[in-house]
Structures are given as C-alpha cells and as structure tokens.
Design a protein around this ligand. Structure first.
Ligand SMILES: NC(=O)c1ccc[n+]([C@@H]2O[C@H](COP(=O)([O-])OP(=O)(O)OC[C@H]3O[C@@H](n4cnc5c(N)ncnc54)[C@H](OP(=O)(O)O)[C@@H]3O)[C@@H](O)[C@H]2O)c1
Length: 332
C-alpha cells in the first residue's frame, strides 16, 4: 500500500541514516521525507538523488524550530546520535497532534548496546563467565535502568521519560556491531573499517586479553530494512502489529543477526591480509591505537532481537565474512 505521510530524518549524511534514507525512499516513494542536515553542500546531492526528499540545513536548530517541524510530521527518525534536547523538542512538536493512551509510535531513535557495558569493571578482552545475552523482551526493564552515566544510557532514559510525559510513543533501535558497506550518499564505512585499518597499519591483527569478548552484530543493510519495517507499521493506520511493537518502556528493540568474538574477527583479518599470528595487546595499547579502542575491542555484549522475531522480521544477510569483504571490503 502506498504510504502518504511526512517523515523527518536526522542523520541522513551518516552511515546509518544514509542507509535508512536509501531504503525508506525506495520502499515508500510516496512518503515526503524532510532531512534535517548540517552541511549546506550535501543538500543539492540529496535533492537530486531522491525525488521525495526535502533537505533542510540548520547547524543549530532552535527548540521552537524543531517543535514546529515535528508538528507537521507523522514520524521522526533519528540517526543523528544522542541529542536529547533536539529529541525533546521534536517530541513536543509531535505531542501537539498525537498524544494519548496508549501512545502511538512517532519517534524511532537509533541507539546502541554500549549502554550494557559496565565500565566500573576492568576491561579484560575476555568473555565474562557469568555473562549471557540480553533479551529485549525479558530484560526490557533492566536495559532501560542501567546507570545513566553509561554510553547512550542517559540519553535513552531521558528520551523515554520525555516521551512518556508528553504521551508520544518512542522506539529505540539498538544494533550491535554493524558490518557491510553503507548505502547512503556520503559516509559508507564505519567502525569495522577502523579495525581493519588499525590491523593493517600495525602489521598484525590484535585482540585484548584472549579475545573471547563477543559483540552481537547485524548488517547495515538489515538495520536499514528493520527501521523501514518499523516505520511501515507506525505509519500504516490500523496495523495490528502496532500494539505488539511496544513503545517507551516496552520500546527498546535490538537488531541482531549473530555473535562474533574479537578473536574470530582478528583471525579473519589476519588471514585476508596475510598478517600471521594474532597479537594480544593491553588496554593501554588499544587506547593508543584509538581513544575508544579499549571499548570497541576489549568489551562485548550479546543481544537478542526477540521483539523483531515476534513481529515476524528477520535479518537476511547472515554471513559476516561476505559483509566484510563486499565491494572491496577494507573492513573487518
Ligand atoms: N556505526 C555503528 O557501528 C553503530 C552501531 C550501533 C549504533 N549506532 C548508532 O547509530 C546512530 C548513527 O550512527 P552513525 O554510525 O550513522 O554515525 P555517523 O556516521 O557519524 O552519522 C551521524 C549523522 O548524524 C548527523 N548529526 C550528528 N549530530 C547531529 C546534530 N546535532 N544535528 C543534526 N545532525 C547531526 C551527522 O551530521 P554531519 O554529517 O553534519 O556530521 C551525521 O550525518 C548513532 O546513534 C549510533 O550510536 C551506530
């Protein structure tokens, strides 16, 4: 069915947002998508590539501007990071026409499972013996009540609290590691390119500790597809899956395809680049390679996208090696 609606997208020039835009625009060509961007030079490229897109350039939009924009929107998709004040302004605008009980899904905001990492414990690079995968159904309450000084956690909790207070439904979408090449016009590589480049520059692929620390992963393609799937349910009036989808305190959705330990990843890169034995490095060494190296490569959390499974959505790209090597593949 052709969906006629107004969608605001933040982050269209980024890795995730660019992919969402590409997928959303082709899945729903009758949508009108307003892309709020910061770079003037990107506007012309977005307009010429996508007929149903209007770029709006504003480096520092005011609360009243965002609120007025959202008042005219049916759905906001945020792939622009943990920008709480902008999200609250947009929620205030959405609430002007769409509030009530139960709240309808009107904001889809990208977050990440780094909030699950407990940085008060030492980083070892090893899979903690007592760790287990987090379910977005069974552990929904725990995920949204981790200490709010953790990465993403404060923003997640503040956005959900504001959504509840203004009666608007928010869905937080949380992918783990993202593999594959982005489909947007601008940034098409992400953290997996960083690890590949770091191994290549060092002449050895590496892990911290024994490298059993394991992140869940999904492909950037499936993440784009998952967001478009949720947007379709949110925008289609009367879709029976809307209630099942859950919003706010029931609205945290993992997107997960598989799990991959740092050691498996390091071995694959080493084989591709002919770098020989995998090296074990210290946390301090990882920080020297990249300021977030110890977190990217020394920790890991496994997630289970039980909500998506219940809604009948599943990922299609299941081979991580193919994703790492697709289109020239300087990533791992
Ligand atoms: N990449 C991953 O591996 C990964 C994994 C898990 C979760 N995530 C989550 O996905 C989201 C997007 O990540 P990403 O990798 O796509 O990041 P990215 O490539 O850096 O893209 C972020 C985009 O958001 C825009 N942006 C940032 N701050 C903004 C602001 N205040 N106002 C308007 N636009 C703003 C940026 O604009 P400019 O182009 O002007 O800089 C950029 O286009 C984040 O929440 C991230 O935590 C990403």
């Amino acid at each position: 069915m052709a969906v006629q609606a107004n969608v605001i997208l933040i982050g269209a020039c980024g890795f995730v947002g660019g992919t969402i835009l590409s997928r959303l625009s082709s899945a729903h060509p009758t949508l009108h998508i307003t892309c709020l961007i910061r770079r003037e030079e990107a506007a012309a490229e977005l307009s010429s590539r996508y007929r149903n897109v209007t770029p709006v350039v504003d480096k520092d939009p005011s609360h009243s501007f965002l609120k007025a924009m959202a008042e005219k929107a049916d759905l906001v998709i945020n792939a622009g990071g943990d920008n709480v004040s902008a999200m609250c302004a947009l929620l205030d605008g959405l609430a002007l026409h769409d509030h009530g009980e139960p709240p309808r899904p009107r904001l889809i905001s990208l977050t990440g499972p780094r909030s699950l990492i407990d940085l008060s414990k030492p980083i070892t690079g090893n899979l903690a013996p007592d760790s287990r995968p987090w379910s977005d159904i069974d552990d929904a309450a725990a995920i949204l009540s981790v200490p709010d000084d953790r990465i993403h956690a404060g923003a997640d909790q503040a956005i959900i609290a504001h959504s509840i207070s203004c009666g608007v439904g928010t869905i937080l979408v949380s992918p783990g590691q993202l593999f594959g090449q982005g489909e947007g016009l601008f940034k098409i590589e992400s953290n997996s390119a960083t690890y590949y480049a770091a191994s290549k520059a060092r002449g050895r692929s590496f892990v911290i500790g024994d490298g059993t620390a394991t992140w869940s992963w999904t492909s950037i393609h499936d993440l784009g597809d998952a967001v478009v799937f949720l947007a379709g349910i949110a925008l289609e009036a009367g879709d029976h899956r809307e209630r099942q989808m859950g919003v706010n305190l029931e609205g945290y959705h993992f997107v997960q395809t598989g799990d991959l330990s740092m050691l498996e990843r390091a071995l694959a890169v080493s084989e591709r680049l002919g770098l020989g034995e995998v090296e074990s490095i210290s946390v301090e060494e990882a920080k020297k390679i990249h300021p977030f190296g110890h977190i990217m490569w020394g920790c890991g959390e496994r997630t289970r996208g039980d909500k998506f499974a219940g809604l009948g959505w599943k990922p299609k790209r299941t081979d991580w090696k193919v994703l790492m090597e697709e289109k020239g593949g300087a990533r791992a």
